[in-house]
Ligand binder design. Structure first.
Ligand code: GDP
Length: 440
């Protein structure tokens, strides 16, 4: 996410690292690079200029005798400004109605249908709601099928009315159906066009007027950069929507949309989409995103994801095994499975401070565990439980079975050994010792 921007900002902010104090010259030099980085990321020209002017004023107005080094101070100022620009506080979704009606708007292909599903699934699991999805795209029969597939996947009912060509009538009928069937959230997926046109705008405006939703969300593809901002403006003029959903942030986005949209339409980004799967949804936290952009990582989100995905019972079982020195390859495999549930490895790496930079250029693919899994699957239960039994002939057999080399197997055994030792140390109250070993 935003690799290019992160790298360029890091370079720009490096200018000040060696300096003992903030001067007008080194600030100007740094901010010129910061502005260039923002423009390259497709941030609106005016916003980039205002951004650097604000940071400059703050930097020069600072007492030089602060505890922070000029480099650190500048990173902090840029981070604060990025946070403010992207929205400051987190804003949730208004779920006050009964049912609460959420209307989705946006261009075709922006990710409305996918996001409708993600949101329904999120509300169902996180907020224990009973959502209903309503298919209001009367132009593309395939759109209704798509929503039905999504609904099936996440176990959420979908309301549709194929013969009907009036989206206002369908949405009203959907809300009535929800009331009659105990659904307390209604998510209305509407039709989009490839570009903003009057007919589409009138249609969504009519639906909006007729159903008076508690929450109107505008869904936009982050990959479209400045276009995303322009489309947002057009939709906001008509709908005065409540929030923005930025999708496809997992791709090679330059970041401009995320940074500019809030200040152009003055509406918060509420969620982001980070993949095609139904669980690839994240609440948008401006401060955490700013930290990620600056390569400071996002440990809070990482820990939250871990907490969400980790199976407590399984963890307790494994802890017991470690204590008894019984941790084996089956447990290792189960740990890998848990990590995989947390999302794409690249995405996870991006949340670790400094990791994005360190891993730049490395091709981390999500199949990274496949070889390891193949090796473990080729072991007998006895070998998995007692890795010490792996002698040369067993290794040879496993290599043949898994299609991997003996070296890879040796490497895995070494990693396994290190991991077991580390876990043992953490469990034995040696957390502090381990932090010291890691240089913290
Ligand atoms: P709609 O026309 O606005 O309803 O858009 P869709 O929901 O059909 O999405 C269009 C395409 O974008 C589909 O292929 C989705 O799988 C894909 N998509 C949606 N959201 C994301 C996302 O967050 N990341 C990625 N990589 N793809 C997405």
């Amino acid at each position: 996410m935003f690799d290019n921007l992160s790298e360029k900002l890091d370079k720009a902010l490096h200018v000040l690292k060696g300096h003992g104090q903030i001067t007008e010259i080194n600030v100007a030099e740094t901010l010129k690079e910061v502005r260039r980085a923002l423009l390259d990321a497709d941030v609106n020209f005016k916003i980039a200029k205002e951004f650097t002017n604000t940071v400059k004023e703050k930097a020069l107005g600072q007492d030089v005798l602060t505890a922070l080094q000029p480099g650190q101070l500048m990173v902090k100022l840029v981070k604060d400004e990025l946070t403010a620009l992207m929205g400051g506080d987190v804003e949730g979704i208004n779920l006050s109605g009964d049912p609460s009606v959420i209307l989705m708007s946006g261009l075709q292909g922006s990710g409305k249908t996918t996001f409708s599903g993600k949101l329904a699934s999120y509300l169902k699991t996180k907020k224990t709601k009973k959502p209903l999805l309503v298919a209001c795209d009367v132009y593309r029969p395939a759109a209704v099928d798509q929503l039905l597939v999504v609904g099936e996947q996440i176990g959420v009912e979908v309301f549709s009315d194929r013969g009907n060509t009036d989206p206002v009538a369908i949405s009203k009928a959907g809300i009535a159906y929800a009331k009659a069937n105990g659904h307390n959230v209604v998510i209305i997926d509407t039709a989009g066009r490839l570009a903003v046109d009057e007919e589409m705008m009138n249609e969504i405006a009519n639906i909006h007027k007729a159903i008076q939703p508690q929450e109107t969300l505008f869904v936009v593809d982050a990959m479209t950069g400045q276009d995303a901002v322009n489309t947002a403006k057009a939709f906001n003029d008509i709908l005065n929507f409540d929030g923005v959903i930025l999708t496809k942030l997992d791709g090679d986005t330059r970041g401009g949309a995320a940074i500019s949209i809030k200040s152009v339409v003055n509406k918060p980004i509420k969620f982001i989409g980070t993949g095609e799967k139904m669980d690839a949804i994240d609440v948008f936290y401006p401060a955490r995103m700013a930290e990620r952009i600056l390569g400071m990582g996002d440990v809070v989100s990482l820990v939250e994801r871990a907490q969400e995905q980790f199976d407590e019972e399984e963890s307790r079982k494994i802890q017991k095994k470690i204590a008894k020195n019984q941790f084996g390859f089956d447990d290792f495999l189960s740990q890998i499975q848990q990590i995989k549930k947390m999302g794409s490895i690249k995405d996870l790496m991006g949340m670790i401070p400094g990791a994005g930079k360190a891993l730049k250029g490395l091709d981390i693919d999500d199949d990274a565990f496949k070889h390891v899994e193949a090796i473990i699957h080729s072991m007998t239960p006895l070998e998995r439980a007692t890795p010490a039994k792996l002698d040369a002939s067993r290794k040879k057999r496993i290599a043949k079975g898994s299609g991997r080399s003996i070296q890879e197997i040796n490497q895995l055994l070494k990693q396994f050994d290190q991991m077991s030792k580390m876990m043992k140390m953490m469990q034995g109250g040696g957390g502090k010792k381990m932090m010291q070993m890691m240089g913290a």
